[in-house]
Design a protein. Structure first.
Length: 85
């Protein structure tokens, strides 16, 4: 089973973007170079504020959807808890 990452990015305008990937460094570079998601292209630079690691694409897609359903304040709490550790 492959290792996957689910992440939250903080965009330059303060908005949050959630995604998943197998290579987090590459993906953040893509977002910052304008080759990432359409949403982040006009909101660069982005910074990684939350990261979770798991096994398998199905886990990643499920967790990504769970995070996307959270309120903004809950997402910010996730970011704060990960940065504090």
């Amino acid at each position: 089973m492959s290792e996957f990452f689910v992440y939250i990015l903080r965009c330059s305008d303060g908005t949050l973007y959630t995604g998943s990937t197998t290579d987090i460094r590459r993906r953040v570079r893509e977002h910052n170079s304008g080759r990432g998601a359409k949403y982040t292209r006009s909101r660069r630079p982005v910074t990684l504020c939350h990261l979770e690691r798991g096994n398998g694409r199905s886990w990643a897609l499920k967790r990504e959807q769970e995070i996307k359903k959270l309120s903004r304040s809950s997402k910010l709490l996730l970011c704060a808890s990960r940065l504090a550790k």
